[in-house]
Design a protein around this ligand. Structure first.
Ligand SMILES: Cc1ncc(COP(=O)(O)O)c(C=O)c1O
Length: 380
């Protein structure tokens, strides 16, 4: 079995599951309880927060636990809109944001906010100049993802953040769900105010996530309740989830240090292999792309046909992105990058983890060649 769908989700590390099981049983108390059982759960959670803050090089009080990327994005966007609507009602995003950003903003637009969507160029990137050029006096939020989930293009976050320092009324949110533990990002240096991450994309458990909120920013909460997570996210804390998340982040950050070069080599091998195959077009840009995502199209062959043909050989890849792949066949991102319907209707995403090997990449290219030759024979 070759699992090349790691941008959809990853296999949790065994150590992560072990830490979840152990903390669920040994530290089952409610961190808000006044007695010792509650206090020890609270202490454990606080250690997890400290460890995450230290890995991300931010302050402990800037880390909030969430259920994942979708929640982090919604809290950031709607929480900013609710808190700062007196200041202004204008929001700027890129045209290739994840649905949890795009749809949250569209919902706000229905409530009277104004939205400017910045298109990406042929390499799947916005220009910092375009983003900053869209800012107005009433802009309260700019939300740009770090790494695009479909093609892996890296957005100019540091450049945008630096420019945004001239606009103190506008907060800067970054969806870092695909970037974390693959592409380094210094939150402080890049002037990021809010940053969402998701545990299950780096071998953590589903339903766990991190939201960085720069100290001094007071968002409006989306849930009302017991004021946990300093009012940002009411609800009894998922202590074991937080502990296992810290473990996943530490292990994956270590793997980034030891295995990033290997991952890039596998990606390069795949790129060269794909470039040699007749009828294949690689969509991921050759420069400024994350090491774990490679997107390609075979114009004339629908994405799902190829996904299922590969599945028959026990190779698992995605069509557009996991969340949209069941809804529609055409990739808006590829369409915006290329303007080519045939490329957009036939795009395939291969996404790696640090556990994939060059041998798997060889098998993948061989199998794909085989499938395409057979398909071409049938189509003749
Ligand atoms: C860029 C990006 N943002 C947000 C999300 C949503 O994250 P989650 O699945 O943790 O809600 C995803 C998931 O695919 C993603 O790729």
């Amino acid at each position: 079995m070759i699992y090349f769908d790691n941008s959809a989700t990853t296999l949790p590390y065994k150590e992560v599951i072990d830490s979840f099981t152990q903390s669920s049983t040994k530290f089952f108390g409610n961190p808000s309880s006044l007695h010792g059982i509650g206090a020890s759960a609270e202490k454990l959670m606080s250690m997890a927060r400290k460890q995450i803050a230290s890995i991300l090089k931010v302050e402990e009080q800037e880390i909030y636990f969430t259920s994942g990327g979708t929640e982090g994005n919604n809290i950031s966007i709607k929480g900013t809109a609710l808190a700062f609507k007196q200041r202004g009602k204008h929001i700027v995003i890129s045209g290739v944001e994840h649905a949890s950003v795009k749809e949250a903003c569209k919902q706000l637009r229905d409530e009277g906010f104004e939205l400017t969507i910045i298109p990406v160029g042929p390499e799947g990137r916005v220009s910092a100049e375009d983003v900053v050029g869209a800012l107005r006096d009433d802009t309260i939020l700019v939300s740009i993802m770090h790494v695009n989930n479909e093609v892996g293009s890296i957005q100019p976050i540091e450049e945008i953040g630096t420019e945004l320092k001239r606009f103190p009324k506008a907060l800067f949110h970054v969806d870092n769900v695909q970037g974390i533990t693959k592409v380094p990002l210094d939150f402080k240096k890049a002037g990021i105010d809010l940053c969402s991450m998701s545990g299950h994309k780096f071998h953590g458990l589903k339903g766990t996530g991190i939201l960085y909120i720069r100290e001094g920013i007071a968002l409006s909460p989306l849930f009302s309740g017991g004021s946990q997570e300093r009012r940002v996210r009411s609800g009894t804390e998922n202590v074991a989830g937080a502990v296992s998340l810290a473990k996943a982040l530490r292990l994956s950050t270590e793997r980034m240090a030891s295995d990033l070069a290997k991952m890039s080599q596998i990606q390069q091998y795949l790129r060269e292999g794909l470039n040699r195959l007749e009828g294949v077009v690689v969509n991921t840009p050759a420069h400024l792309a994350a090491p774990h995502i490679l997107n390609f199209s075979v114009p004339g062959v629908k994405s799902e046909v190829l996904v299922h043909a590969l599945e028959e050989k026990e190779i698992y890849v995605s069509t557009t992105s996991a969340c949209s792949s069941k809804k529609k066949a055409v990739s808006d991102t590829i369409l915006m990058m290329t303007g080519d319907e045939a490329l957009a209707a036939s795009s395939i995403r291969v996404s790696l983890s640090y556990d994939n090997t060059i041998q798997q990449a060889e098998t993948f290219i061989r199998s794909l060649k085989d499938i395409l030759e057979k398909l071409q024979e049938v189509m003749r």
